[in-house]
Design a protein around this ligand. Structure first.
Ligand code: FAD
Length: 535
């Protein structure tokens, strides 16, 4: 195979990039180069679900970004993990399978994005999915991405479900079925107790194909142009600067932070801003890096009366040996689960027609998500607003591709978001006070009983709110002046260049983002192949 010219070059082997690499090489007609800045995914803790705690602050497998200090969150720099290496963030994420609400996609369509309504995207969700429950009107059983039940009820989780029922929230055994509203256990991206990243689901089966070349430790620094056509990329690997040419297209799948960064470094972005950075302007596209949207999680933690939490399992050598053995023998138990076991989608604002908050329930507690668990029995009720109105930015600081861009999420800047944060915290307390939880929850550790008024609750959100890892929207799809890509994900005004990852979401989906990104990449692959067949 000619090493320098390809039909398609995919930048980033994350959730989206691995899907694209597989689907674009499937028919054998096209030569594809997949470039990934990070390494192979050979670290064992990537593949064992509870390894989430080990990769959260890992220096190699995690980009470990920080946001800029902002007044809305008390001038804190907030930690933003992002996966680095094959599988990208799907190799380090919390494994929770949620697609969002049907209304999210119908909303995208109502914004002018034809082909992205719920009826249009459902077939791509189904195509991607291997659900261990089997196929149904909402689920696939033949796709590469495994979604499995946790399969083990937990005493505390059962009490939470009964508590939520008392507040009028029904049990829901399928958040990806007919309706999202309700409380229950999550399904996880696991296959027989192992993490099912997109690298293992999509890339591994494709990697032996003669028409796919995968390069790791290859940081793309620029898209190369011939006029207004993308013709290749420049990348750094092993201390060398290399170039690869694309006869067809360059597809950016570097994620919601680095796809806009790469566009800006390549001269696509707001013209005056690029000029101020010393970047020659290829296309003045003001939307690049704007419209950043994320879910802000508020983690309410409790001390638990019984030693039944994962804190207890992990505290002692015998506990660790027991759960280790359980995983080795049966591929079950806390090691097979990541951190969060159950969830809830509920409605708290009067104006909301569908659930506006999501809970992640963990039978574990730690001061920071993914950090060392507390030395006492503890649990966490993490709550986030599903459709925040606050918008932020991702902007380069220099022409150096190695330098992380400035990330400004601007959390809690919208009035509705502040109101939702306060109401969400009050609702969490009502849940904790429900009778079925009385035997379990002994003390609210954080925020703590001293935090009482609405002002104090909002101050807690400003002081402790953190990301639940769903940045999106920074190269948004649409037809308005702020849009970066069109409904076929082509960069506006540039030939041969698309973006296909979390950054193209016009609005953030009401849930976790891995399954939606996989769907976006499945659909993007179909669009790319369709267009290539017309050439
Ligand atoms: C800690 C954490 C927990 C999460 N938990 C969940 C969860 O439980 N459920 C869920 O659904 N979602 C979860 N998410 C979110 C979800 O995983 C992401 O939204 C999704 O993986 C994003 O996919 P992506 O393809 O847009 O980007 P990524 O998967 O981040 O992929 C981008 C890839 O591009 C590479 N790259 C970047 N820049 C360059 C460059 N210049 N050159 C070459 N390569 C480059 C990166 O190294 C990376 O591999 C979580 C995310 C994190 C970080």
């Amino acid at each position: 195979m000619n090493q320098a010219t390809y039909d398609f070059i995919v930048v980033g082997a994350g959730s989206a990039g691995c899907v694209l690499a597989n689907r674009l090489t499937e028919n054998g007609k096209y030569r594809v180069l997949l470039l990934e800045a990070g390494p192979q995914d050979r670290y064992l803790w990537i593949h064992i679900p509870i390894g989430y705690g080990k990769t959260m602050f890992h220096k190699v497998y995690n980009w470990g970004f920080y946001t800029e200090p902002e007044a809305t969150t008390n001038h804190r720099k907030i930690y933003w993990p992002r996966g680095r290496g094959l599988g990208g963030s799907s190799s380090i994420n919390g494994l929770i399978f949620v697609r969002g609400q049907q209304q999210d996609y119908d909303h995208w369509e109502s914004l002018g994005n034809r082909g992205w309504g719920w009826k249009d995207v459902l077939p791509y969700f189904i195509r991607s999915e291997h659900n261990t429950r089997g196929a149904s009107a909402y689920h696939g059983a033949d796709g590469p991405l495994w979604c499995s039940d946790i399969g083990e009820p937990h005493e505390l989780m059962e009490a939470i479900i009964r508590g939520a029922n008392e507040l009028g929230v029904p049990r829901n055994d399928d958040f990806n079925g007919a309706t999202q509203e309700g409380v229950g256990y999550y399904q996880l991206f696991t296959r027989n107790g192992w993490r099912c990243s997109t690298a293992s689901a999509y890339l591994r089966p494709a990697v032996k194909r003669a028409n796919l070349r995968v390069e790791t430790d290859a940081l793309v620094t620029r898209v190369l142009f011939d006029g207004r056509r993308a013709v290749g990329v420049r990348y750094q690997q092993g201390g060398r600067s290399l170039e690869a040419r694309a006869a067809g297209e360059v597809i950016l799948a570097a994620g919601a932070i680095q796809s806009p960064q790469l566009l800006q470094l390549s001269g696509i972005g707001e013209g005056r801003f690029l000029a101020s950075m010393g970047v020659p302007v290829v296309r003045d596209l003001p939307g690049v890096g704007n419209n950043l949207s994320d879910h802000l999680q508020l983690r309410v933690m409790y001390k638990v009366a019984k030693p039944i939490t994962t804190n207890d399992d992990l505290r002692t050598l015998s506990g660790r040996a027991r759960i280790g053995l359980k995983w080795l023998l049966f591929r079950k138990g806390p090691l097979a689960m990541g951190i969060n076991q159950g969830g809830m989608f509920a409605r708290i604002l009067p104006e909301s027609a569908s659930p506006d908050i999501q809970f992640h329930f963990a039978t574990l507690s730690a001061d920071l998500a993914g950090a060392r668990p507390h030395p006492w029995s503890g649990c966490t009720f993490s709550v986030c607003q599903l459709r925040p109105e606050s918008r932020g930015t991702v902007m380069i600081r220099s022409r150096d591709a190695q330098e992380p861009p400035a990330i400004r999420p601007n959390y809690l800047s919208a009035e509705a978001d502040r109101r939702c944060a306060v109401e969400a915290l009050k609702f969490t307390r009502r849940l904790a006070a429900a009778q079925p939880l009385a035997p379990y929850l002994v003390q609210e550790y954080r925020p703590g009983a001293q935090v009482r008024t609405d002002e104090e609750l909002l101050e807690f959100a400003r002081q402790y709110g953190a990301t639940i890892f769903h940045p999106s929207g920074t190269c948004k799809m649409g037809s308005d002046p702020a849009a970066v890509v069109d409904q076929r994900l082509r960069v506006n005004g540039i030939a041969g260049l698309r973006v296909a990852d979390c950054s193209v979401m016009p609005t953030l989906v009401s849930g976790n983002t891995n399954a939606p990104v996989v769907m976006i990449a499945e659909k993007a692959s179909a669009l790319i192949l369709e267009d290539a067949a017309m050439q």
